[in-house]
Design a protein around this ligand. Sequence first.
Ligand SMILES: [Zn+2]
Length: 306
Amino acid sequence: MIISFDIGGSAIKGGIAHSETDITPLGRRPTPKDDFTAFVQTLRDIITETGETPSRLSFSIAGVVDPDTQALTCANIPCIHGRNLAADLERELGLPILIANDADCFAIAEAGLGAGRGHRIVLGAILGTGVGGGIVADGRLINEAGGFAGEWGHGPIMATHAGHPPVEIPAYPCGCGQKGCIDTVGGARGMERLHRTLHELDRSSEEIIADWLNGEPNATRTIDVFVDLVASPLALTINITGATIVPVGGGLSSVEPLLAELDKAVRQRILRKFNRPLVVRSQCRVEPGLIGAALLGLKAEAEMAG
Ligand SMILES: [Zn+2]
């Protein structure tokens, strides 16, 4: 049995995994952001609550492990930021530890139990507050050792003109230090930014989507530009990876008509032709981080045993 954790900026969630088909979520607790001792104690409390002794702990974290130094970048939880978290937790808890990025956990969850089942190459794409992604090939996560593979949302690549007819789009500065990243326009905050640029209107992504679905002209223009900007880098990523399915997670993935538009635009831009949807809603709607971390942990256990 292993215990998986989903470590977010506001909550730590746990789950017990006996097998791929037997994963049970546990309770959630607030994340101690600034106190590593309290952070470790929260993990201990969740483990104790199960009444069982796990053979391994696996973690989904909104952060990235450096493949060279093993240092974790996780700016919104200062007490774990910069640490070799796996080594530190192994020392504190005396159990093997596996750390994975949350978008990677999403991808492995969809590949194993969701929309990606039966596909050799799965590109999991997150359209949440921002843009993220992970790649699974032949059941294995490309990022097993950490790193950024699958992050299609960053790089100074955004089209300078987009929409029908085309309108000029500025290269917005991104949190990663570059300008013109898809992350600046491809998530909920990006959609709001585009709407502001195009119409000088401050509207929430929920309002923009509701207006779009009602045929309102400003929102229709924003979504047209949004889909045009996001579809090209996503299509390129599909060409490069050979993905045959793109499960989408994050808040915007619940808007089926938006995914349908994106799917249509992406399929027009890729080399391989598919006569079925390629960009689809994810199926692991509940706790993909917990599920993905559990699948990674179970796989590591099976490889140790085998
Ligand atoms: Zn960026």
